[in-house]
Write a protein of this length. Structure first.
Length: 233
């Protein structure tokens, strides 16, 4: 009886993995990494992977065709220089924001231990206790610096983030792309405060194009999308 139960469980696990990779087009390495992080390990997969009929509302992992359960090809790539993304530009291409986010002001704020979130106008740092939005993002989506000089970002991308911050009554933005200085001392101090920036923020915006492309179905499917997202894994 025990052997039969184990065989049945193994069959369910195998079927759920095939469903995840075949029907949902998910990276097997990420699936296995999530399973290993949970109590019960791969035994969670049969109830974790949604029914196949829900795959119409989902988007799979792109660039993972060569991945295996113990190797993710995509995760080995260097995304620090990925071209910065555009957000529905009114001009094609839109302009870079230049002359904002002065490096001298940022360096001084970091060295002095003050806030390193910029006011929405990009001219000065927020004051203590002013509300700001922190951004947690995926570099492979093009939300890092890319090829631009420090402090330069695509106008459309910053306008998009600024609009979200304004919706939540925030006075400023903390986004590592423009809030981590270049100088060695200032950079070290700013990096040491990254966690506190997320803790002190009024809200944290999680930006992940994988998640943005998923259609809302229900809370269960949304949770599945989050744990399978590049941002989470």
């Amino acid at each position: 009886m025990l052997a039969n139960a184990e065989m049945a469980e193994a069959a369910e696990i195998t079927e759920s993995v095939e469903r995840a990779t075949r029907d949902f087009n998910l990276c097997p390495s990420r699936i296995w990494a999530v399973a290993r992080s949970l109590p019960g390990r791969e035994g969670n997969l049969p109830w974790l992977i949604p029914p196949t009929e829900r795959n119409k509302s989902t988007v799979g992992h792109e660039g993972h065709k060569q991945c295996t359960f113990d190797f993710c090809e995509y995760s080995r790539l260097d995304f620090t220089s990925v071209e910065q993304r555009h957000e529905s530009c009114t001009e094609d291409p839109c302009q870079r924001l230049q002359g904002l986010f002065p490096s001298a002001i940022l360096e001084k704020a970091a060295i002095d231990g003050g806030p390193t979130a910029w006011k929405l106008d990009g001219g000065s740092m927020i004051q203590p206790l002013q509300r700001f939005m922190a951004i947690s993002h995926v570099w492979s989506d093009g939300t890092g610096t890319g090829a631009w000089a420090h402090g330069e970002v695509n106008k459309c991308l910053y306008t998009f983030f600024k609009g979200v911050a304004e919706q939540f009554q925030c006075d400023g933005i903390w986004w590592d792309t423009i809030c981590i200085p270049k100088g060695k001392l200032a950079r070290s101090r700013a990096i040491n405060k990254i966690q506190s920036n997320y803790e002190d923020a009024r809200i944290t915006l999680v930006h992940d194009c994988f998640l943005r492309n998923w259609e809302w179905v229900d809370a269960e499917t949304a949770c599945f999308a989050i744990i399978m997202s590049p941002w989470f894994s």
